[in-house]
Design a protein around this ligand. Structure first.
Ligand SMILES: Cc1cc2nc3c(=O)[nH]c(=O)nc-3n(C[C@H](O)[C@H](O)[C@H](O)COP(=O)(O)OP(=O)(O)OC[C@H]3O[C@@H](n4cnc5c(N)ncnc54)[C@H](O)[C@@H]3O)c2cc1C
Length: 542
């Protein structure tokens, strides 16, 4: 007996090109990687398939399992994953989202990679080892002998899973081990000791409180050597094929990011190779941290785009009170406001990826710009994501609160990028540090913003006010978040004014700079031109 007809439900958001987004494709070309559009779109079409989305769901609903011992009681310290995890990793690696831009001489290679990392957003968890592998390369280059051996394998577009001696494998993945129980942000409080051995290697004794993706082949690790805090390369398996004594104690039971294994590790005399000089550990590993910070920004921008497109899709197909939600004025205000935030994040992350690409090629001005703009954007874009995710979820009403919609997973993921690689306060203080120690970064930052000078009076006024506030050093640490927020908004506005759709730029300046706005999303002023903004956020089904 049929009790009722199922009507007014939204069709699945599948079968579309996730990369079909004007802000992404225009930015890709603008930042020097227009040549990569076919690859980005190919990945976009894959990300839009039901199969890929199912991998994301399965990898999260079947989280990794730690196997410390085999059935006979020998330590194995392995993590077992659902097959969907391996599918996700295979796509990411074969599309070059990991270390491959370092082996690609084409201008824009890092921009292309950023666009692909943004597009392949069916699961955030596997992005962690992918991102760390990308980020490890510049730090590893401080040990040229090690880099010569390992870098080609970190760049190889092949997924070779399993614990084996690294140099016998076809391709490698890298992780990062900094955080200890007594000190995360404050890595100088680390207690892990590194003792030099007669053969030039070191032996590590101690622990790490967070080491994500422990099935990676090698880890950049901080430990105290006789000369001070030092960076090391630590392999999971030694060249003779025996396990390096890295004991996986537990996996973390986390709010989100559940497909990814985040472990607690103990080093019981583990073999390590030094990267960079003794005592220069932070300087060395910061090269890696900076690259993962870029990925925090890209991941947050991707999460916001996923949220707003899901919300717009829902609103386009769901009726309430006799009309589609997308036609109702107040829902249009919410969708447009979410879309503005998302576009601002996307245009900024692409600008940062462009700066990264040019910095890698030796452009000093872009290096200075990236130093400050990345810290500013890491703070602000990651900070905006949880509020954005909550509002996107609410656009689906009760359906958004149900796991099957995928929105709870997005929501649980959203606070993480702000915590990773320097939580909010640490990121804001890093901005102050950069401005104080490297004044050329301030000049580069404002040179970029000033390229939009005269184009919008609200932006001009905001920049004037911002520059004045930087001159008052008395309470600057207390005001750090306030300052960084305004720097981020000025940067985003300048990029939107120069490169964005006029309706997006106008609504952004009216609200985020001129204060014609409420506290929640959905409070754009009456004059805002919502139609083109919503149109850009609504996915086109094939
Ligand atoms: C899912 C997950 C995976 C992770 N994976 C890894 C990994 O693979 N490798 C790794 O090394 N780490 C990893 N981490 C650790 C992560 O990088 C740290 O948790 C993060 O850097 C914050 O350090 P903490 O937890 O020690 O917090 P704390 O340093 O104790 O900070 C606590 C709070 O105090 C604030 N704070 C700190 N200093 C100041 C200050 N001077 N003034 C004002 N406020 C301040 C911080 O912003 C934060 O809000 C992971 C964390 C998570 C959640």
């Amino acid at each position: 007996m049929d009790t009722h007809e199922v009507v007014n439900q939204v069709p699945p958001l599948t079968g579309h090109d996730v990369a079909d987004e004007p802000a992404l494709l225009d930015g890709l070309a603008r930042e020097g990687a227009g040549w990569a559009e076919p690859e980005v779109r190919e990945l976009g079409r894959l990300a839009g398939t039901e199969e890929a989305q199912e991998w994301g769901r399965l990898a999260n609903e079947n989280p990794p399992i730690l196997r410390t011992h085999d059935r006979y009681g020998h330590r194995i310290d392995e993590v077992e994953f659902h097959p969907a995890w391996h599918e996700l990793m295979t796509v990411a690696v074969t599309h070059g989202l990991h270390g491959s831009p370092w082996a690609d001489p084409r201008e824009g290679a890092h921009v292309a990679r950023a666009a692909k990392f943004y597009t392949w957003r069916v699961d955030a968890g596997h992005g962690c080892p992918i991102s760390m592998t990308y980020a490890a390369v510049p730090a590893l280059r401080q040990a040229p002998d090690l880099a010569a051996q390992y870098e080609p394998l970190l760049a190889k577009r092949e997924y070779d899973y399993g614990l084996r001696a690294p140099l016998t494998k076809n391709a490698l993945l890298a992780g990062m081990s900094m955080t200890e129980k007594q000190g995360g942000s404050d890595v100088r409080a680390n207690t892990t000791r590194a003792t030099p051995a007669a053969d030039g290697t070191y032996r590590l004794v101690g622990h790490k409180w967070f080491t994500s993706a422990p099935m990676c082949d090698v880890f950049l690790t901080l430990a105290h050597a006789p000369g001070g805090l030092t960076c090391f390369l630590v392999p999971r398996v030694l060249p003779d094929g025996t396990l390096n004594p890295l004991r996986l104690m537990r996996l973390k039971d986390k709010l989100g990011n559940r497909s990814n294994a985040s472990s607690e590790v103990e080093y019981a005399d583990a073999v390590a190779w030094r990267v960079g000089d003794e005592g220069r550990g932070v300087r060395t590993i910061i090269e890696m941290v900076n690259m993962t910070r870029l990925d925090c920004v890209i991941g947050a921008a991707a999460g916001m785009r996923h949220g707003v497109t899901t919300a717009a899709h829902h609103a386009a197909h769901r009726k309430a009170f006799g009309r589609y939600l997308i036609d109702q004025p107040l829902m249009r205000n919410v969708l447009a406001d979410l879309a503005i935030e998302s576009e601002a994040a996307t245009v900024t992350m692409l600008r940062l990826a462009g700066a990264t690409d040019r910095s890698v090629r030796g452009d000093a001005a872009e290096t200075a710009f990236k130093r400050l703009a990345l810290a500013v954007s890491k703070y602000w874009i990651c900070k905006r994501w949880p509020a954005h995710a909550a509002e996107s979820l609410e656009c689906l009403g009760g359906n958004g609160y149900v796991e099957e919609s995928g929105m709870p997973r997005l929501f649980r993921e959203s606070p993480l990028n702000s915590i990773w690689e320097g939580s909010g306060n640490v990121a804001a203080l890093d901005v102050l540090r950069a401005m104080a120690k490297e004044p050329q970064t301030v000049e580069a930052f404002f040179t970029e913003i000033d390229r939009a000078a005269g184009a919008d009076a609200r932006l001009d006024a905001a920049v004037r006010e911002l520059k004045t506030s930087l001159g008052d050093l008395e309470t600057i640490e207390l005001r750090a978040r306030r300052i960084v927020e305004r720097m981020a908004l000025a940067l985003q506005a300048s990029l939107l004014v120069r490169h964005g759709h006029p309706a997006v730029a106008d609504a952004f300046c009216a609200t985020r700079l001129a204060g014609d706005w409420g506290t929640a999303f959905g409070t754009l002023p009456p004059g805002a031109d919502l139609a083109p903004i919503i149109e850009r956020a609504t996915p086109k089904l094939g």
